[in-house]
Ligand binder design. Structure first.
Ligand SMILES: [Zn+2]
Length: 238
């Protein structure tokens, strides 16, 4: 798990946002624009298990016993992953850290190799807007095309523009009460993390209720400010 060679610091970004805020889309755009690699805890652990690294084997043992993988193992897996060449441009952490204890452990782990969390980007939503965004959603059950009563209605009621199917489906949990409780749970869980990164001057709030391209541009501005020394790193590595 330890590395002898001192490598250039990898920019580490964290994307915070409730379900429905568009984190997945924005992470994909950060990858396309800046080459940032999205790292979710589940993907990290699966890859480490598949690669058979010492931390991966430790994780496998815990998971096979039905236990929760410790923060220490997750951090070791993450530390190993950051040293992979494809992460040189930077990474976007998704789903980790979830607690301030994990944030502190992450800071310590990164600090040992002269790295840090460069930016924690909080996708800010307003509850009423989220409710109307989620509540009008429906999907074509035949081809999976997504629609929305207000923002993207089908041309002919009940008929899919894409495949002509007449099998529109709505998720039972896309109702106002469920959305509100998901948002409350998110805010309760994330508020300490937001405060943690705010105190370190690493927090960036992005209004996530506007158009998707505007949101992307705002996030890209933050990412650009924290990954600009990438070419410098590349030169130093030569
Ligand atoms: Zn369809």
């Amino acid at each position: 798990m330890t590395r002898d060679t001192q490598t250039a610091p990898v920019p580490v970004l964290i994307l915070l946002g409730p379900p429905g805020a568009g984190k997945g889309t924005q992470a994909r755009r950060l990858h396309e624009k800046f080459g940032l690699v999205q790292l979710s805890t589940g993907d990290l652990l699966r890859a480490a298990v598949a690669a058979g690294t010492p931390a991966g084997k430790a994780a496998q043992t815990v998971m096979q016993a039905g236990g929760l993988v410790s923060d220490e193992i997750v951090l070791t897996v993450l530390s190993d992953r950051l040293a992979d060449p494809d992460c040189a441009a930077g990474v976007v952490l998704d789903g980790f850290p979830r607690t301030t204890a994990q944030a502190q452990a992450l800071d310590e782990m990164l600090g040992r190799s002269g790295q840090r969390v460069n930016a924690a980007i909080s996708l800010e939503v307003d509850s009423a807007g989220m409710v109307s965004r989620v509540v009008g959603r429906f999907t074509c059950g035949d081809c999976g095309e997504g629609y929305h009563d207000s923002f993207k209605p089908e041309k002919t009621s009940g008929v899919c523009d894409n495949c002509g199917g007449q099998n529109m489906t709505r998720r039972a949990d896309d109702n106002a009460a469920t959305v509100m409780s998901r948002l409350d749970a998110y805010h309760e869980q994330t508020a300490p993390l937001i405060a943690w990164y705010d105190k370190r001057g690493a927090l960036w709030r992005v209004d996530a209720m506007g158009g998707i391209d505007k949101i992307s541009a705002d996030i890209a501005a933050v990412a650009a400010a924290h990954t600009t020394d990438r070419s410098h790193h590349a030169e130093a590595a030569l």
